[in-house]
Design a binder for this molecule. Structure first.
Ligand SMILES: [Zn+2]
Length: 444
């Protein structure tokens, strides 16, 4: 089975995670992987059907650092009618594999499996340290049945020092060569719910009533309309100055006072969203509920917010923003509930894995410059960074796949990946693992 046909099968397995415990069906793709490897792995199934599979190839040297490949198997739901081709057909059309998961992240899952298989079967000699492959469930709903479970309950299975996972994005062509983004950091979720009480009354006489729906709608409008706190980190400055943008634009995108106006002028909406998310606390209202009956003034309104903090922001940043946005009267009346907090986290862009990525990029696309990148999305890397593991996300795409175009495919319509890109990502990961072995070989 080739890497591309593995990717096609993973797409066709339809491991759709809708956030409920009984969705996901990752056991299908675990079976596909076991078939691909021809060797049974360690299966961990915290809920029926929610399978993870882990393999470990022991290294030659007990003291050498271990490297793990951590792909996820699940994908997010689709709106089938909005797709140009079957989202689970995995057809190859004009050189692209179409389907949900093509860039998030079954392309990497297939490439990682292909790289790992050579070590598992003995085609390639072991690395100095252990090489682990852990294909996991439930990344798209927070990792409770996947990476979160493995790290909390089965650390012995997945223990490692270095790790590769998402997010892989296309690179940038600049005047001096290729700039390859490497995901080294992610924002932290600070999900909140809001509750606001009112006074019930008859819908026929609304004058002067304390309607919780109206109050909650006002709160949401204020939160969504208030400029969010900006964080221009050294990492952001390094990223935005490295990707070949005009100097004048770079100056504005790194100046907190000019940033918001500059984002408004960006042509590509997907890139604008990315720039905004990487430099701001973001508040996305996602759920709202109020009322029981059409002729009754509601006495309770509730809403849920997806809030994300940059590595430089904390609870105080959030509190200040909420107080300012809501105003003293509403702020005092609304109960704010903490639903999920996980700190933003990052790995240093240095060391044997970083150097291995640099050497691999030079080999395949050189001369290439690596640039550390923050991602606004959650990845399974956070569970491992929390344990002190150095985690990156990297791949290699064909050059006509643009950065912003790929971003819009994550959880979007018409997700697809070039057959050439799948091959490049596999070559890239193979070279990274090989160079990591060289870099961690004490005997050389
Ligand atoms: Zn993903």
């Amino acid at each position: 089975m080739t890497t591309v046909s593995l990717l096609q099968q993973l797409i066709r397995n339809r491991c759709v995670n809708d956030g409920t415990a009984d969705s996901g069906f990752e056991h299908r793709s675990v079976a596909t992987l076991i078939d691909f490897f021809g060797v049974a792995g360690e299966i961990v199934e915290p809920h029926p059907g929610r399978q993870n599979v882990v393999y470990r190839v022991p290294g030659r040297d007990r003291d050498a650092p271990a490297l793990a490949l951590l792909p996820h198997l699940d994908v997010v739901p689709v709106t089938e009618a909005s797709w140009r081709h079957d989202p689970f057909g995995a057809e190859i059309i004009d050189g692209f594999v179409w389907g949900r998961g093509a860039v998030d992240m079954l392309n990497l899952t297939a490439a990682m499996a292909a790289v790992f298989r050579r070590y598992l079967t003995g085609e390639l000699p072991p690395l100095p340290g252990d090489l682990i492959f852990a294909a996991v469930a439930d990344e798209e709903a927070g990792g409770k049945y996947g990476a979160g479970h493995l790290v909390a309950e089965h650390w012995d299975l997945v223990a490692c020092d270095y790790l590769l996972t998402e997010v892989a994005t296309p690179s940038f062509r600049t005047e001096t060569g290729l700039t390859l983004p490497v995901t080294v950091a992610e924002k932290g979720p600070a999900w909140r719910s809001l509750r606001l009480g009112g006074t019930p009354g008859h819908g026929s006489q609304p004058y002067g009533t304390d309607n919780a729906l109206v109050g909650m709608a006002e709160a949401i409008t204020r939160l969504a309309g208030t400029p969010a706190p900006v964080d221009i980190s050294p990492g952001w400055i390094e990223f935005i100055t490295s990707i070949g943008l005009p100097d004048e634009l770079v100056i504005r995108l790194t100046d907190p006072d000019l940033l918001d106006a500059a984002i408004e002028e960006l042509d590509d909406p997907a890139f604008a969203r990315w720039v905004h998310a990487c430099t701001h606390l973001t508040v996305a209202p996602t759920l709202m509920h109020s009322g029981e009956k059409q002729n009754t003034i509601p006495d309770l309104g509730s809403a849920s917010l997806d809030v994300r903090l940059t590595p430089g922001q904390d609870q105080t940043t959030l509190d200040d923003m909420f107080r300012k946005a809501l105003g003293p009267a509403l702020y005092d009346r609304i109960e704010i509930i903490d639903d999920l907090d996980f700190p933003a986290n990052e790995s240093a862009p240095s060391g044997p894995l970083w150097d291995a990525i640099g050497a691999a990029a030079d080999e395949l696309a050189g001369p290439a410059r690596l640039v550390p990148m923050l991602t606004p999305v959650l990845t399974d890397g956070r569970f491992f960074r929390h344990r002190g593991v150095t985690c990156y996300g990297v791949g290699l795409f064909e050059e006509d796949m643009r950065f912003a175009e790929a971003l819009s495919m994550f959880h979007g319509n018409d997700e697809r990946v070039g057959v050439t890109s799948v091959g490049l990502t596999e070559q890239m990961l193979a070279a990274v693992v090989r160079h990591f072995g060289v870099n961690t070989d004490e005997t050389r």
